[in-house]
Design a protein around this ligand. Structure first.
Ligand SMILES: O=C(O)CCC(=O)C(=O)O
Length: 246
């Protein structure tokens, strides 16, 4: 799929999957760094990891990675292919933060339907957000994984009564219950899935799930940016594209 078809699909459905978008060599250049981050993060967050964690964040900050390691991650985020993709999908995309998704320590832990905004916005504000500036996730699996389940068009459309009951766990529903409108997107190493943070989604656990997630926002959301996640001048000088950095 070319980038203009991808943009059309993203606009209509709130997500787009591009198969074999990144070369294996490109992923090989970041995977050891991501694995090193994960080991150091677990050392520091042991109780949380074993309790119920399914992700960490802030990979490009200085907390767990050295400058050379961060340079490798920024090499991907500031690559021409990433910058062209983000620019095709969003209006003047700005790099915000990064996350890492992995399997829960407890193999029986259940996943959960949600919209990202539901943890800090009221229901009215969540409805308004459907017409506001967008935040996009670019999910980059480093291993083949079950992927994500999404509700197509929910980046612009409010929940069905069943979906609302499910993600809010009301009227007898659990947040991991199936939704008939859910669409599963299985992902392999090399594929990417771009999806709007506004949309209703859940991760699917299993296999060797280990996925990097790069977040870009539109310029109206500048107040949510934190300098600690951004590249320093020395790293910027090594990057192919600077347009996604503030
Ligand atoms: O993969 C997951 O477990 C959930 C992913 C997710 O919720 C997100 O990227 O916002």
């Amino acid at each position: 799929m070319d980038l203009s078809s991808a943009a059309k699909h993203y606009k209509e459905f709130g997500y787009v999957c591009l198969r074999q978008f990144f070369t294996q060599a490109m992923l090989d250049s970041v995977e050891p760094v991501v694995r090193a981050f994960h080991e150091r993060w677990i050392d520091d967050n042991h109780a949380f990891y074993e309790a119920n964690a399914i992700n960490s964040s802030g990979l490009t900050a200085e907390t767990y990675l050295e400058k050379e390691e961060r340079k490798a991650l920024f090499g991907l985020i500031g690559s021409e292919s990433m910058s062209k993709l983000a620019t095709a999908l969003l209006n003047r995309p700005v790099y915000m933060n990064s996350q890492l998704f992995f399997n829960p320590f407890n193999p029986h832990q259940k996943n959960y339907w949600h919209r990202d905004g539901q943890y800090h916005l009221s229901l009215e504000e969540q409805k308004e957000a459907l017409n506001g500036p967008d935040v996009i996730h670019i999910r980059i699996p480093l291993a083949d994984e079950p992927g994500m389940e999404l509700v197509p068009k929910s980046h612009k459309e409010w929940d069905s009564p069943l979906a609302l009951d499910t993600r809010l766990e009301q009227n007898g529903r659990n947040k991991s219950d199936p939704l008939p409108e859910g669409k599963v997107i299985q992902l392999n190493r090399g594929d990417i899935l771009a999806f709007s943070a506004n949309m209703l989604h859940r991760g699917l656990y299993g296999q060797d799930r280990f996925a990097l997630d790069i977040l870009f926002c539109e310029p109206q959301m500048h107040s949510f940016l934190n300098d600690v996640h951004q590249p320093c001048a020395e790293i910027k000088a090594t990057l192919e594209c600077l347009s996604v950095f503030p």
